[in-house]
Write a protein that binds this ligand. Structure first.
Ligand code: ADP
Ligand code: MG
Length: 356
């Protein structure tokens, strides 16, 4: 069932300004986690504010469980939407204990019934004993979990999270986002979160919507946007991606297109023929190996588990171009050496793994 349906949404803050959000459409099915990802200024917070009911759209509509809650004609007030919010700096009330913070969202319940809701939520976020603590007595990760518990307490139909991990350091971030996904899944929550961090989006979401300058570039499952980007922008946004110019070669059977990777002729260059290849899908091979593309190593960066190697490829009659390759030991390579690149053989050729 579609919980939230965003249709052709457009929003200008001021007449004459470029649209902050332009003709954006996506669906959020019940029980799924959707990430809105894009660089700063791409319209993520504006979309969240529109969904929360804090802004009125210029065009389009937002439908929650089959009822239109936003359109240019009418906007249901935020408090009547059944939507929960978790903000960037998880804003717990500093003068209230954890229990009282969570109870804040339960004011509609008689006092006596609140404890019965709070205890299972503290269990859910793995902090059953911390109900009496104040926010300053918690670690960053614990505060994040309490903020989540507080937002989940009133059982929102949709939970909105704005950059929920941005105040956490890199080490904590990885574990907190895994925990957050596990908690939301256990609860069966329907959630939409915005982030500028592609790692957040890839590791948490069931579906990802990629935004650029207020427009949707692609919508898909994490492996789709990573391995089958819709355009050059999406390809590069999710990490280094090489554009390798290609020549097309005639194939006698006519059934396949053969590509020769290498410097383009004038005609191909004009047409922009090429293939996008991620550094981890290439490997370094001896330069005398046939059907490879040779070059000189210009940079080797140690990344811990692998080396990020830049190869400057050059051939007669064309401008040199750089290719980035992820190289795993066993052998070391150094700047100035001649090497060649080849596609890394795929270990398995099945469909991409999917999430529930
Ligand atoms: P993001 O959250 O992806 O960084 P925003 O939705 O905050 O992007 O902003 C999208 C665009 O709308 C930006 O160009 C921003 O400057 C503009 N904008 C955001 N809020 C306002 C506002 N209250 N008034 C005018 N312009 C705004
Ligand atoms: Mg923002």
């Amino acid at each position: 069932m579609i919980r939230l349906d965003v249709r052709n949404l457009t929003k200008h803050y001021r007449r004459g300004d470029a649209a902050a959000v332009r003709d954006v459409s996506f669906e959020l099915p019940e029980g799924k986690l959707l990430a809105l990802v894009g660089e700063s200024g791409s319209g993520k917070s504006t979309l969240l504010r529109l969904i929360a009911g804090l802004e009125t759209p210029d065009q389009g509509s937002i439908t929650l469980d089959g009822t239109v809650i936003s359109s240019p004609a009418a906007v249901t007030p935020p408090e009547q939407r059944g939507i929960g919010l978790v903000f960037q700096h998880h804003a717990l009330f500093p003068h209230l204990t954890v229990e009282k913070n969570i109870a804040f969202g339960l004011r509609h319940l008689p006092r006596g019934e609140r404890a019965a809701v709070i205890a299972p939520l503290l269990d859910l976020v793995g902090l059953p004993k911390l109900g009496g603590r104040y926010p300053h007595e918690l670690s960053g990760g614990e505060r994040q979990r309490i903020a989540l518990a507080r937002a989940l307490a009133p059982n929102p139909r949709v939970l909105l999270l704005d950059e929920p991990f941005s105040s956490l350091d890199a080490r904590l971030r990885q574990s907190v986002r895994d925990e957050t996904r596990a908690i939301l899944k256990e609860r069966g929550a329907t959630a939409l979160f915005v982030t500028h961090d592609t790692g957040d989006a890839l590791s948490i979401a069931d579906r990802i919507v990629v935004l650029k300058q207020g427009t949707v570039q692609q919508e898909g499952a994490p492996p789709e946007v990573y391995h089958a980007p819709a355009n050059a922008y999406v390809a590069s946004f999710f990490g280094t991606c090489n554009f390798l110019p290609v020549h097309s070669l005639p194939h006698p059977s006519g059934a396949r297109i053969l590509c020769h990777v290498g410097p383009p002729g004038a005609r191909e260059e004009a047409a922009g023929f090429g293939v996008w290849v991620r550094p981890e899908d290439l490997e370094l091979v001896r330069p005398d190996k046939p059907d490879t593309l040779g070059g000189i190593i210009t940079r080797v960066s140690f990344r811990g588990a692998y080396l990020e190697v830049t190869l400057r490829c050059e051939a007669a009659g064309s401008a040199p171009f750089d290719v980035s390759v992820r190289h795993h030991a066993p052998f070391m390579v150094h700047p100035g050496e001649h090497w060649a690149i080849a596609p890394r053989p795929r270990r398995h050729a099945g469909p991409e793994p999917t999430r529930d």
